[in-house]
Design a protein around this ligand. Sequence first.
Ligand SMILES: Cc1cc2nc3c(=O)[nH]c(=O)nc-3n(C[C@H](O)[C@H](O)[C@H](O)COP(=O)(O)OP(=O)(O)OC[C@H]3O[C@@H](n4cnc5c(N)ncnc54)[C@H](O)[C@@H]3O)c2cc1C
Ligand SMILES: NC(=O)c1ccc[n+]([C@@H]2O[C@H](COP(=O)([O-])OP(=O)(O)OC[C@H]3O[C@@H](n4cnc5c(N)ncnc54)[C@H](OP(=O)(O)O)[C@@H]3O)[C@@H](O)[C@H]2O)c1
Length: 230
Amino acid sequence: MEAPIEAYQAGQFTKLALPDENGGWVRRAYSIVNNPKQAEGHQQMEFLIIADDSGELSPRLQSLNSGDEIFVGNEAAGFMTTDEVPQNVDDLWLLSTGTAIGPFISILETPSLGARFKNIVLVHAVRTESELIYQERIQSLLNRYEKRFHYVPIISREHVTGTLCGRIPSLLLNGELEHNAKCQLSTTHSFLYICGNPNMVKDTSKALQELGFNKHLRRKIGQFSSENYW
Ligand SMILES: Cc1cc2nc3c(=O)[nH]c(=O)nc-3n(C[C@H](O)[C@H](O)[C@H](O)COP(=O)(O)OP(=O)(O)OC[C@H]3O[C@@H](n4cnc5c(N)ncnc54)[C@H](O)[C@@H]3O)c2cc1C
Ligand SMILES: NC(=O)c1ccc[n+]([C@@H]2O[C@H](COP(=O)([O-])OP(=O)(O)OC[C@H]3O[C@@H](n4cnc5c(N)ncnc54)[C@H](OP(=O)(O)O)[C@@H]3O)[C@@H](O)[C@H]2O)c1
């Protein structure tokens, strides 16, 4: 998608909209998947969108064709960016469900990211193996960051070799997630972003609190922050 929008930061979202029947607009938030520093420039945007058949906008987005017009918000928004991560952090953990891997791909493709963090963990939790998207991009990230990048796919409704089975909160509590990521969580040098299904965000926040982590606030430094998709 191409639109003359203002510069944005990796991890942010914008609004997409189509006209409704009453002369208004139906608008929803969508994370931008590509990194703003890509060679094509920031005005060439990519989105990862799942259609919910009962929804108002997403089925209409899915039936758009190349060349169709769509409203794109001029200014992106959102605080799930590396600028918001406290400076003392060594290890960045990115926990996602479904389409919420999108903003993390944008962050991971930031040219200077490797210079900032010692370890970067990408967790992608989906129902079935077929939803483990972006395998080629993840392979390039593994080549680029080598041993510092840890990709942990989780599948909840199938058993697949090489992936974890279950849900993020219980895999955090029983230590399997850390073991599989080959990276230890620490309240002094880890920071986690949680994004996607609001129930996952809630349960994961609770699990992290049980493990001694605190929600990050601008007025009080903590170790995790989140973005709900609905
Ligand atoms: C900050 C932010 C960023 C977002 N980024 C994305 C994105 O990059 N890609 C994307 O597909 N959606 C994203 N969403 C969700 C998106 O805004 C819409 O809610 C979604 O496309 C459904 O819109 P709708 O009008 O069709 O249905 P709605 O009436 O708005 O929603 C219907 C139902 O669809 C389900 N649903 C909504 N979003 C998702 C989703 N992403 N995955 C699975 N189920 C969902 C929920 O059960 C919801 O109740 C984001 C939401 C927020 C708040
Ligand atoms: N993906 C599909 O095949 C499919 C098909 C039809 C409709 N939909 C619609 O699409 C929407 C979402 O589908 P989705 O697959 O993208 O996302 P999702 O339902 O958010 O599932 C993504 C992952 O999040 C996990 N999860 C759900 N609740 C959780 C919680 N409280 N704590 C931790 N993990 C949790 C799921 O585990 P569990 O599997 O254990 O729930 C799954 O592994 C739903 O509204 C659904 O009706 C999806």
